[in-house]
Design a protein around this ligand. Sequence first.
Ligand code: AMP
Ligand code: MG
Length: 499
Amino acid sequence: MDAVIGYLLHANLLTVKVSINFDNTYARLPERFYARLAPASLRVPKLIRVNRGLAESLSISRDWLESEEGVAMLSGNQAPEGAEPIAQAYAGHQFGGFVPQLGDGRALLLGEIVDTKGDRFDLQLKGSGRTPFSRQGDGKSALGPVIREYIVSEAMAALGVPTTRALAAVASGENVLRAEGSLPGGVFTRIAASHIRVGTFQYYYARNDLEGTRLLADYVIARHYPEAADSSNPYSALIGSVAKAQADLIAQWMSLGFIHGVMNTDNMAVSGETIDYGPCAFMDAFHPQCVFSSIDRGARYAWGNQPDIGLWNLTRFAETLLPLLSENTKEAKSLAESALSQFSDRFADQYIGGFRTKLGLPSSAPVTLIQDSLDLLASEKIDFTLFFRRLTQVAGGDSHQDLSVLFPEEEVFEKWFSNWRKEADPGNRYSEMRLANPILIPRNHRIEQAIQAAYRGDYSLFHRLVDALANPFDEQTEYEDLESPPLPEEVVHETFCGT
Ligand code: AMP
Ligand code: MG
């Protein structure tokens, strides 16, 4: 829907009022689903960046977003007309332990907008102050996590992965106290298909609130999976649809070397979008057990564990719907199991298909070559993205020299390479490979450099990264330096939560 430009004549002053055309539905659900409140105000917010392309696709005037009034909204100083700010309630399993009440502790849903294609999106502020769900937290965000989420979520979108999007980043002009000390704060504005999580369902389940679960399930079906409504058992169809969306998503993450880092059930969106970029990372050197998150001590959310965790989370989701599936407990369980069983096959298909494409393998090539290739990358500690990038160049006709130099042991490479040559069909698959193997990913050390510069008030590295990552599959000579893995002194070993 169009941003509406209305010239409103007030009592004795003429103001130019530009509003977003909100169409809020979540705020029509019962009051126990959320808390209504206004965002906290900031004295001297400073706009860092507006995502102009995204604003346009949502028919929000980018000039307005960058105006004083727009920044007032993006910093939480003023809720625009039609917004109905709410903090959403949810629960969640965090690292396997159930917390019956989490909720938006530092986020505020301003409302929903519908784009020109008819798709509905949430507009949410992150870091806009305390809410009834804040517990001990201050409801604010340091600037670092704002910068990180902006860069990574936009890179994900450009890589073709379902994700929440960054609409804007604002420096709050205030400092927040974190373990690292006093840090400049920020407010992030994000757009999402919705912010409904597996943990949102768990909130009602934990309270034996069957009516709440039903209302939420019906809402999700109507908003995200309308075809499920026509099924003989809509709730089992809902489980199946969410399972498929997550299977596709996790397979895509893995094909890019992405580690979400905190796959708690409160960080898994039922829409199938990647959500909550905390201590996430794209791997440099490949290892299936790779973890970056400073809070993931047991490596629960390592790269290679993501499908198992995905299914574990989906099982928690299905659990909440059991009473809706059938009055007969045994039948309900069997319906849930059969819906969940779609996950593994779907994941395997997507994962194998994704890596076949990345490696330029026809369907006749043995599937074992995928695992052999990944084993090779792991044992030789090869940079994941650079390997596939250079392999793509070989498929495009370049010599294999640039690929072989990545390997410390020449014979090991030669053995693998001759095997690959025998099985692969690079000539016919080059264009596919190009679209599956990005040249640029948001490397951790680059994000870290951008964050550190932002803390000094210099946003140039941030802007440059965002600009470069908008076209991750293109040859962009001006951004060639961003292709390289980190130097030993640049390696980031740990990433931190947004708190
Ligand atoms: P996360 O795992 O970082 O997505 O957050 C888990 C929970 O902690 C959510 O309920 C957040 O809203 C809450 N939370 C995180 N950081 C803060 C903060 N600074 N203030 C209040 N609540 C927070
Ligand atoms: Mg979260």
